[in-house]
Ligand binder design. Structure first.
Ligand code: ZN
Length: 234
């Protein structure tokens, strides 16, 4: 006659796999979040590049406004200059015009620099967009693999649960209830084997009487130290 705990050892094997797969399913959202996090750096870098372009574009616009204002001033001075009554007045306008033209020239120099900055900012944006696109492709591949894994796990789980039902139908219900409680409680093993003269659950040395009783299919032997069910398959 087979020891009743033998069926439970097989059941336990299934239950351990089931628990492992449940853990894997539970961890998947966190793994997805980790994958998304990989994109954050690239997104931040792209946003920084876009902000830099915005800044340089607005600076450039400001310079254009200033240059236009100086241009209007120059026109006004030129009109006034034509109506100058004295040589001194005429020279004064000439000086004003020269000063304004100098400012316009300086602004134009700065505009050229900013236009170069605009070009390089656009180039940087294009580079970072390409980098991000590549990262996004990698990420969606990783996520796809995760989805595939999830459906594999689900399939395995369904099989294991069916196996489990088949096994439990052969086990005495009160023994099964004891096992279920113990397995849940211990989180690893409810049934353990005697190894030599030790409990393989807690590794404590067992009295000879216990190791002997654990051979007997008619006796339910519990380890005094860890409370797990003992079976001796010597
Ligand atoms: Zn033990």
């Amino acid at each position: 006659m087979a020891h009743p705990l033998e069926a439970l050892l097989v059941l336990q094997e299934k239950d351990r796999k089931i628990a492992k797969l449940h853990r894997e399913i539970r961890d998947i959202p966190a793994r997805k979040a980790d994958i998304d996090k990989q994109l954050e750096g690239g997104k931040t870098k792209l946003n920084q590049a876009r902000e830099a372009l915005k800044k340089v574009t607005s600076d450039l616009k400001q310079l254009e406004i200033e240059a236009a204002a100086h241009g209007e001033k120059i026109l006004k001075y030129k009109n006034q200059q034509m109506e100058a009554k004295t040589n001194d007045q005429y020279r004064a306008f000439l000086q004003e015009i020269a000063a304004a033209e100098k400012q316009v020239a300086a602004l134009e120099d700065r505009e050229i620099v900013l236009m170069e900055h605009t070009e390089s900012a656009k180039k940087i944006i294009a580079e970072r967009e390409a980098e991000l696109k590549e990262e996004e492709d990698g990420v969606s591949e990783e996520k796809e693999m995760l989805e595939e894994r999830l459906s594999e796990v689900q399939e395995d789980l369904d099989k294991l649960i069916a196996d489990r039902e088949r096994i439990t139908s052969t086990v005495n219900p009160s023994l099964l209830a004891k096992y279920d409680r113990l397995f849940k409680n211990k989180g690893d093993f409810a049934v353990v084997q005697v190894e030599g003269s030790h409990c393989s659950g807690c590794h404590m040395k067992l009295p000879p009487q216990v190791t002997n009783d654990a051979l007997n299919p008619d006796k339910l032997v519990i380890c005094n130290f860890c409370g797990r069910m003992l079976i001796n398959l010597r």
